[in-house]
Design a binder for this molecule. Structure first.
Ligand SMILES: [Zn+2]
Length: 408
């Protein structure tokens, strides 16, 4: 399976290069428009949308008229060809389509016209190449874009854009991913990482015993932000309004960054334990269990799961929801499974029947993972030997524990 990520990188272009880049936008636009004008016909049968034909019929004209190098002329032609094809399809489908009009705020780059370096990029223009440093430290979802600047990811097409006077590079990166359960013979039948999410204490606790994130500090920062915003709103001045905006975006960045870090650690935990799936308690169920969860906390859980799904996909790891009842009351120790409300007292879990003591959230994480293993077991025999990843080994569906040391 191919995983594609679109990375947006802000560029630091020195002022003296604005002119040549803007001229490149304009000439690229003209090149694409020339091809679109040439290939267009009001009758869909008359629209030319084959690259070779359009190349033969327009290339020399465009080269003569403009000072774009041949690779950029070809990219412009491809852009126009795709737009023409699109129009043709729409017309054949009985939809309305008018001749493509290019606006001049995009240049499409490929391997011959762009060179990526660690901290800067070099771009072909109508004149000499222009170099620009990367500014954006993180991607939209909070991932540092450097994560995708490795050999693992193949950089496909890139487009240069200009918005409000700032230059941005959009780069499509791709990688071929094998589903995790086909990589490792050992885990062929599925190993689950269970994850418990909380509004206080640790944000996430895994069945492997990783305690991640500080929910109290997340709540505290949020309350602090709400309080300051409330005070500023009362003053109502223009400068108060600007301060609200700035503390708002600072808080948004901070919380996105925290959630990103926690989700990355969850995925790393799954990768290190050869897991093929990550199990969460479904959000509807969390809402019921934690009836006083704020909108912010609900949002945070949603974001966290979204980030984990996004990141896990890059390793071929599935993310599944379970709707477990009594995850906090059930004893997750071996085959015990005794479920009683007296088993739990705050952070502490002590099984009334077998006497096992565990951190409550850790116990819940193990139950969440166990539910998914059970679900697999019921839905088909292929995964009969599915396992739950635990702190020092795995637990199979029958409740038999295998320490890490015994795993090959
Ligand atoms: Zn027990």
């Amino acid at each position: 399976m191919e995983v594609v990520r679109n990375i947006q990188v802000k560029l630091d272009v020195s002022e003296e290069d604005y002119e040549v880049l803007d001229e490149t936008f304009e000439q690229f636009r003209q090149a694409a428009q020339h091809v679109a004008d040439h290939g267009w016909d009001d009758n869909p049968y008359g629209i030319t949308d084959t690259k070779n034909t359009l190349h033969e019929e327009t290339y020399s004209d465009v080269r003569e008229k403009l000072s774009l190098q041949s690779s950029l002329v070809q990219s412009a032609r491809n852009l126009a060809t795709d737009a023409l094809s699109n129009c043709k399809d729409r017309k054949f489908d009985g939809e309305k389509a008018s001749k493509p009009e290019f606006k001049g705020t995009v240049v499409v780059y490929n391997g011959r016209t762009i060179t990526y370096n660690d901290d800067h990029v070099s771009l072909a223009t109508v004149d000499d190449r222009v170099t620009a440093e990367y500014v954006t430290p993180v991607n939209e979802d909070g991932t540092p874009f450097e994560d995708y600047w490795t050999d693992e990811w193949e950089k496909a097409e890139a487009t240069l854009h200009k918005r409000d006077g700032t230059y941005y590079l959009h780069v499509a990166v791709k990688k071929e991913v094998e589903p995790a359960d086909s990589i490792d013979e050992e885990s062929e039948n599925g190993v689950v990482l269970g994850v418990d999410l909380n509004v206080d204490g640790y944000v996430a606790v895994t069945s492997t015993g990783a305690f991640l994130g500080n929910a109290d500090s997340l709540n505290h920062r949020r309350n602090e932000y709400e309080r300051r915003r409330g005070n500023l709103q009362q003053t109502g001045t223009r400068s108060a309004h600007l301060t609200i905006k700035s503390i708002g975006s600072r808080f948004a960045r901070w919380s996105a960054d925290s959630l990103h870090r926690i989700s990355s650690e969850i995925v790393r935990e799954a990768v290190e334990n050869d897991c093929t799936a990550i199990a969460f308690e479904n959000l509807k169920h969390i809402r019921k269990r934690i009836s006083n969860a704020s909108k912010f906390q609900q949002w945070a859980f949603r974001e966290l799961q979204r980030h984990v799904e996004y990141k896990a996909e890059e390793y071929g790891i599935d993310v599944d929801d379970v709707a477990p009842a009594y995850t906090s009351q059930r004893c997750s120790h071996g085959e015990c499974g005794f479920t009683h409300e007296n088993n739990r007292d705050g952070d502490e879990f002590e099984c009334v029947k077998c006497g096992k003591e565990l951190h409550s959230d850790y116990n819940a994480a193990r139950n969440i993972g166990w539910r998914l293993v059970q679900h697999w077991l019921k839905s088909g025999a292929e995964r009969a030997t599915s396992q739950l990843a635990l702190k020092s080994g795995t637990l199979n569906a029958n409740g038999r524990f295998r320490p890490t040391a015994l795993r090959s």
